[in-house]
Design a protein around this ligand. Structure first.
Ligand SMILES: [Zn+2]
Length: 306
């Protein structure tokens, strides 16, 4: 009997030790969510993303490594609103990880509870290729939504790993405190430009514009996901001239030819702005995402009027 107990102890101890050290494996579609998750999870989790911040989040090339990442994950964090419809569903199937299927405990759609703009009033269609059929999926560009996303992630980590609930709650409180402090700084920086009108390439910025009191008056894409056409480009040139628009915001993954042409024709300035963490290496977390984009915007909005 003694020998059996000793044997049992021998067998059990290593597995308990391994369990105590096991980290929650988090995979997100966007780097933004992995970054927020890392702030909440700290050493208790491992967070990685499928898409990189310099890629168009609608059109991500699936790699075999994505399937491996998903097969090992405990939690998958997605933007939802069909942002990932073009690449994610087959990857979830191929990962053979039942935990990550929509509706399973390891699947978290962080659009829940966020302020989602441009929700369709009528029947949902993908008419003319509109890639925002359920409302604008770029909602993480508003720090108020960032707070909601952080809370959703903290609640999910606490549910999956309840032994560490206190740590997740403490880290969430620290994240929220820093976000509140940074947001005050960002709003003060943008206050002189309240109501400034801008044009953007894709409809990536309505939540950002709402929070920072900018007005997006037009997009270079005729509809989200549809490349610029000559007639629409001409309309935008006329709009930029008549509204005296100074700044054209362009995401880094689009062809810069049309925005450059519009800027040349109108004397406005093209500003490359990054919708996601990882857009450039300096944007290393959710806070530097706003630091860097707002600095670039203020530089152009704050110059002498033409
Ligand atoms: Zn979009």
């Amino acid at each position: 009997m003694k020998r059996i107990a000793a044997l049992l102890a021998f067998l059990l101890v290593p597995s308990f030790a391994a369990k105590a050290q096991a980290k929650v494996r988090v995979v997100s579609t966007l780097q933004d969510f992995a970054s927020i998750a890392q702030s909440i999870g700290g050493d208790l989790i491992e967070a990685d993303s499928l898409a990189k911040g310099y890629q168009d989040p609608h059109f991500v090339d699936a790699k075999p490594s994505f399937i491996l990442k998903l097969s090992r994950a405990d939690l998958l964090i997605v933007a939802g609103l069909e942002l990932e419809i073009g690449y994610l569903p087959p990857l979830i199937d191929q990962s053979r990880n039942a935990k990550l299927h929509p509706g399973s405990p390891g699947y978290l759609d962080v659009s829940q509870g966020c302020d989602i703009l441009e929700r369709p009033a009528g029947q949902v269609t993908r008419a003319m290729g509109d890639v925002h059929p359920y409302g604008n999926p770029h909602y993480w560009t508003d720090p108020d939504n960032g707070r909601v996303i952080a809370r959703s992630i903290a609640a999910k980590l606490s549910a999956l790993d309840s032994a560490h609930r206190a740590a997740y709650e403490k880290n969430l409180a620290a994240f929220e405190a820093k976000l509140a402090e940074k947001d005050k700084e960002w709003l003060a920086k943008m206050a002189p430009f309240a109501g400034a009108k801008i044009v953007t390439f894709h409809r990536s910025w309505p939540n950002f514009a709402k929070h920072f009191k900018l007005e997006v008056v037009g997009e270079i894409e005729p509809k989200p996901g549809i490349p610029p056409s000559p007639s629409h480009t001409l309309e935008i040139i006329n709009l930029v001239n008549s509204e005296k628009i100074r700044v054209i915001l362009v995401e880094p993954y689009f062809d810069l030819k049309t925005p450059k042409y519009i800027a040349e024709k109108t004397g406005s300035t093209m500003v490359v702005a990054y919708p996601s963490v990882g857009g450039v290496p300096e944007i290393k977390d959710y806070f530097s995402l706003f630091d860097i984009n707002l600095d670039a915007l203020v530089k152009e909005l704050g110059g002498a009027k033409p």
